[in-house]
Write a protein that binds this ligand. Sequence first.
Ligand code: SAM
Length: 217
Amino acid sequence: MNESEKIMAARRSEMVRDLRRKGIIDERVLEAIGSVERHRFVHEESLDYAYDDAAWPIGYGQTISQPYTVAYMTSLLAARCSPPAKVLEIGTGSGYQAAVLDALGYRVYSVERIPELYERAARLFRSLGIPVRCRLADGSLGWEEEAPFEGIMVTAAAPDCPQHLLGQLSPDGCLVIPVGGQDTQQMTVCRRSGDRFEKELFHHFAFVPLIGREGWN
Ligand code: SAM
């Protein structure tokens, strides 16, 4: 390990301690977050701050999610759906959340609607040897050809739970999604039980909007 890798590794460990202090208690999630090199996923200009608990711009008006948010959503998913489940992420963005899901042992599929972000993330996954399957499309419609999924995670704000995503859950699958207005949303878990869906509501967050047929215009 060279000097700068050692510095990044130390910052990553400190970030994990910070997440633990903030209430993230799932050790599997903390271990996965501790193993993913977030500095590979941020833009050059955010490199020094890669392990701060903050969202940073990744271009095209989008952001890499804050580590706390990634840990929070991943904990909600991991409590309901264990690896190696097949999981779909909507909103690949930088690729960081998908890489954390992969590190946990999920079989990860991810959809992005902005071509430049999709291409950058796909290149990064290839170069880091991360086996996330990704696709350029409107993720509010899911990924029909690969359904069903035991878990679906949406990393953009939706006005409601998209019917296409609910329909692509396996019979006991769950959807983790921030639902609300364009300013703040409530983290929502929608659990399928056969033909029925049960909703649980959690903390408030502020995400960029899910743009698409079952999102915002
Ligand atoms: N998960 C990302 C990460 O780890 O960097 C952060 C996601 S960023 C907060 C939200 C992403 O959702 C953006 O990249 C945005 O382009 C994408 N997005 C918005 N609407 C979408 C849609 N309908 N289908 C797919 N991606 C969408």
